[in-house]
Design a binder for this molecule. Structure first.
Ligand code: ADP
Length: 260
């Protein structure tokens, strides 16, 4: 009886172990696949401006006596492509920082009202250039334990998007509120909105709604991925509501006290 019982037990345990091992392998494969996909996306995104730069440089090099206007035009295009490459690299670096574990969180007690004001002060001139009004409504003073750099990056990305995907003479409404546990930051805009079928993808790395249209607007498709990572690292959540052609609202909820 004893022997059989032990055997039976060992058998069940081995099976459980082997199942757990298989599950782990499955999960690792999913992780590995998404990593491979990410690397391939990164390579593609980095190569696109490079290809343009090469074409621009080569076409100047192979021509003799290039007229100065043409030279200037090509150099201007070249400069734009370099700027684009630089933006992608910067966004990628931010994203990699976000991907690291919680021990890279640099938590301090911050006045969130002041933090938002600082970001808006920097972005208001960019909005004003497009005649977009930025309103900040604060329902109460909020102090919270946050990583100032990461949270600022998240909020900046949301407000920058609200400017980029807005309409001429539009508005942006930023509001801040809190209860005993969380603070809530809302960024609402009167912009172009997001199509229903894109809603589930916008936080994915490199995803952009309308590639050709978005390309004119300029962006890397990494902003929302960065914003979400930053919010999640604070044990928070971000949600989006949108009406195509009417506008979009992002809401961020973050605990007032940081829990490891
Ligand atoms: P991007 O660098 O393209 O702005 P993001 O990751 O910040 O990348 O956003 C992903 C896509 O989601 C954008 O390309 C855009 O199509 C859409 N999007 C983001 N924010 C808004 C917004 N406030 N209004 C409309 N569309 C938006």
């Amino acid at each position: 009886y004893g022997d059989n019982y032990l055997k039976e037990n060992a058998y069940t345990e081995t099976r459980a172990l082997s199942e757990a091992f298989n599950r782990m392998l499955g999960r690792m494969k999913v992780l590995d696949d998404s990593r491979t996909e990410f690397v391939s996306n990164v390579s593609h995104e980095l190569k696109t401006p490079l290809t343009s730069m090469k074409v621009l440089a080569d076409s100047l090099l192979t021509q003799e006596n290039v007229p100065v206007e043409l030279y200037q035009e090509f150099m201007g295009d070249l400069s734009e492509e370099i700027e684009r490459e630089n933006k992608i690299i910067n966004d990628l670096l931010s994203l990699v920082k976000m991907d690291k574990t919680a021990n890279t969180m640099n938590i301090t007690s911050e006045n969130i009202n002041a933090l938002v004001e600082r970001i808006l002060k920097r972005l208001r001139p960019i909005a004003a250039a497009r005649n977009i009004e930025v309103i900040f409504e604060s329902f109460r003073p909020v102090t919270a334990e946050v990583d100032e750099v990461k949270l600022s990056l998240a909020i900046s990305n949301l407000v920058e998007n609200a400017i980029k995907y807005n309409k001429e003479n539009g508005w942006i409404h930023v509001s801040l509120n809190a209860d005993h546990k969380y603070f809530y930051l809302e960024v609402a805009d009167s912009g172009i909105g997001i199509p229903e079928e894109s809603m589930e993808h916008i936080f994915e790395r490199f995803y952009r709604v309308d590639k050709s249209h978005s390309r004119e607007i300029g962006g890397t498709g990494l902003g929302l991925a960065i914003a979400r990572s930053a919010v999640v690292m604070h044990r928070g959540a971000v949600k989006v509501y949108s009406q195509l052609g009417e506008g979009t609202t992002f809401t961020v909820r973050i605990p007032l006290t940081y829990v490891m």
